[in-house]
Design a protein around this ligand. Structure first.
Ligand SMILES: Cc1cc2nc3c(=O)[nH]c(=O)nc-3n(C[C@H](O)[C@H](O)[C@H](O)COP(=O)(O)OP(=O)(O)OC[C@H]3O[C@@H](n4cnc5c(N)ncnc54)[C@H](O)[C@@H]3O)c2cc1C
Length: 657
């Protein structure tokens, strides 16, 4: 760790403290390909007989949480696992469609652990930690073996070997898939393992239970306080360590591909208890979503990136062309990705595909009644491969598209447009996946670690399962073996204080009795964040957003109407708590975006572009992860910089031409 350097920075009218050298990511020494092996050997172990003396809380039962809870219970720890759905099987991971990456190299097309590592660092536009990404690529192959052993029905070739397809940002086929429902099948695998441990009494599952705060005692995470979503009961839970696996926060934008329930409450509450929040402005905007059909829309639907394997993206060359897609002749179509990026074509990474879609739509080439989409056309591949092959590969996605739009994509091109989809930002964690609060671990989409400024497709499932099955179970033991904490009870004052503050907040929300619904505030906030901190940002817009968000937030606390009761099922109350947290997080997202005046990966800073209009990084000033530290509601946060070093992948301007 380097010595600490302090300075200040002015962002608009705000002055903030900056610290460099204040974070220790704990990256092991040695060559990148040996770091994890040697770290595993050096880490302390908990003897099997002692494991049952430790209690671990896992909040979240998606792929990250379910795999972690099942694996740690299998090791002998006592695990309490929480989710807000009525079953772990409904975690948002169930929605993942396209696939999961691994460096198995089954197609023999030149893949390797190093290539997956290299593609992921490059795809993330050099804003991730090399050591973490290498480890991710290294364990990717174990994940496939684990899931096959569980019976996950991955697609297979006629010969019986596992099939692969391609995703953006890679020139090899390394994506394993189960039709368009990979997340669901992987989750069923993890859920089976979790259920086995529930049956054995090693995991206690709390469904319909929402974590509302973290409890920190003597600087260590020692428990959580939850609300039973059926009875409204507020309850404290104690543990020797807490794991957050609570997913992403794209719903800060209101319209996103995430399920309506996805939220930031757990990691935001942890931030306010000392867990730094890294790169909040890094959001992935997915290029292939069904465009909104009007102002009333409350949810967007993803069409998997895998469709770009066989679908061709185009718009009419003439901005005034009002003909239906099928009526526009070939030479009057602009296949803008194929023309501009001949070597990757339609399989450029998500950030590049999204930005180019925005560019052509902004230039007036948009299709559909609202001119807010581009075509994804399967006519050529249906002609080449036959409708049956396309049905086999994407049947359920095509059915979903038809039921939402009324169009039949076997006959007419789909309409797609980018939408918020995944958040690369999240709780800052070290190499052991531990946050700046000792004993608080954060895994899966909820942490910030592995994807840098842009996640490559099919890498989130890989990361969630790597964290849960193969990394956390080791690093948790290392922490517990050394923590040696005295046992605490829920009668401890710290639990009582947190319970009291939660009750007070609930009471406050239920008694504002204003005139506007929670949803109307969420929609208004989302619009501000999307317009100013979305696919493209600039200084002026971000400053405006930083003025608007506190004003809308203040109105929320004076004029929101939360009907229903405290001690009953109350979805408005649940949403109100989450939206209140989104307001605060949105402000940090905009502050982070204002500070990062470079373009990189998923975020395009309009002031920073190459002569060809591509995103231009500023490695001299921004080759760091920005980890924000909470200092109090009426104080500015501190910016802690974790410098990123690139020893095995050379920093270069990304090119997919
Ligand atoms: C439509 C869609 C398609 C996708 N397709 C792919 C794909 O093909 N390949 C890929 O790699 N990635 C894909 N992704 C991304 C990937 O699915 C997610 O990043 C990943 O599944 C997240 O897993 P997770 O376990 O971290 O979180 P989640 O699956 O979101 O689980 C979060 C868990 O936390 C619980 N929780 C949250 N907050 C609280 C709280 N306060 N109290 C109690 N419990 C709480 C929830 O109940 C849930 O159990 C897709 C994402 C979307 C939206």
């Amino acid at each position: 760790m380097t010595s600490e350097k302090k300075s200040t920075i002015k962002l608009g009218s705000r002055e903030l403290d900056v610290r460099e050298g204040s974070l220790d990511a704990g990256i092991p020494d040695g060559p990148v390909e040996q770091k994890w092996e040697s770290h595993k050997f050096k880490m302390k172990l908990v003897n099997p007989a002692n494991k049952r003396k430790f209690n671990i809380i896992v909040v979240g039962s998606g792929l990250a949480g379910a795999s972690a809870a099942a694996t740690m219970a299998e090791l002998g720890y006592n695990v309490d696992c929480y989710c807000y759905q009525d079953s772990p099987r409904r975690a948002h991971s169930v929605a993942a469609q396209g696939g999961i990456n691994a460096a198995k190299n089954y197609p023999n097309d030149g893949d390797s652990v190093f290539r997956l590592f290299y593609d992921t660092v490059k795809g993330g536009d050099y804003r991730s930690r090399e050591a973490n990404v290498y480890r991710l690529a290294e364990v990717s192959n174990n994940i496939i073996d684990q899931c096959v052993a569980q019976g996950v029905p991955f697609a297979r070739e006629y010969s019986g070997t596992l099939a692969n397809r391609s995703f953006g940002g890679a020139q090899v086929s390394r994506t394993f898939y189960a039709r368009g429902q990979t997340g669901q099948q992987l989750l069923l695998g993890a859920y089976q393992s979790l259920s086995r441990q529930i049956g054995l009494g090693k995991v206690k599952m709390y469904n319909r239970t929402e974590m509302l705060d973290l409890v920190v005692i003597d600087g260590h995470a020692r428990g959580i306080v939850t609300r039973d979503m059926i009875t409204g009961k507020i309850q404290s839970h104690v543990a020797d360590a807490v794991v957050l696996a609570t997913g992403g926060y794209s719903n800060a934008f209101y319209l996103s591909t995430n399920a309506k329930g996805c939220n930031a409450t757990a990691i935001w509450r942890a931030y306010k208890k000392g867990a730094y929040f890294a790169n909040p402005c890094f959001t992935q905007i997915h290029p292939t979503c069904i465009p909104p059909s009007g102002e009333h829309q409350s949810k967007l639907t993803l069409m998997s990136e895998s469709l770009r394997n066989d679908g061709r993206i185009w718009v009419p060359r003439d901005v005034n062309d009002k003909r239906r897609g099928n009526d526009i002749p070939e030479k009057e179509r602009l296949y803008y990705l194929e023309e501009k990026y001949p070597s990757f074509g339609n399989l450029v990474p998500r950030d590049v595909a999204s930005r180019n879609a925005k560019t052509v739509v902004d230039a007036g080439h948009g299709v559909g009644e609202m001119k807010n989409g581009v075509f994804l056309d399967f006519a050529e591949s249906i002609g080449r491969l036959g409708e049956n092959v396309i049905r086999e590969r994407y049947g359920n996605l095509f059915d979903m598209y038809t039921s939402i739009t009324g169009d039949d994509p076997y006959k007419v091109p789909m309409r797609i447009f980018p939408a918020p989809h995944y958040t690369m930002g999240g709780t800052w964690v070290d190499y052991n996946l531990m946050s700046t609060v000792p004993g608080l671990f954060v895994i899966g989409e909820a942490n910030f670690s592995d994807h840098g400024a842009n996640r490559l497709g099919a890498s989130a499932l890989m990361q969630g399962l790597a964290d849960g099955y193969f990394i956390l179970p080791y690093t948790m033991g290392n922490y517990l073996a050394q923590a040696g904490k005295a046992k605490v009870e829920t009668s401890h004052d710290s639990f009582k204080e947190v319970e009291a503050s939660i009750n007070e907040r609930i009471h406050k929300l239920l008694n504002i009795n204003g005139k506007r619904s929670v949803d109307s505030f969420h929609r208004e906030l989302g619009k501000v964040v999307w317009e100013n901190c979305g696919m493209a940002r600039n200084e002026e817009g971000l400053k405006k957003a930083l003025e608007k968000i506190p004003t809308i937030k203040a109105e929320f606390w004076e004029n929101v109407n939360v009907p229903g009761e405290e001690k009953n099922i109350n979805q408005s109350l649940e949403m109100a708590g989450r939206v209140a947290d989104f307001f605060e997080l949105a402000e940090l997202m905009c502050l982070d975006a204002l500070n990062r005046s470079e373009s990189c990966g998923g975020h395009f800073r309009e002031e920073s572009k190459t002569a060809e209009g591509e995103a231009l990084r500023d490695d001299e000033n921004f080759a760091y992860s920005a980890a924000w530290q909470y200092n109090g509601d009426d104080k500015e946060p501190t910016l802690n910089k974790e410098p990123l070093e690139f020893k095995d992948v050379k920093l270069s301007q990304r090119s997919y031409k």
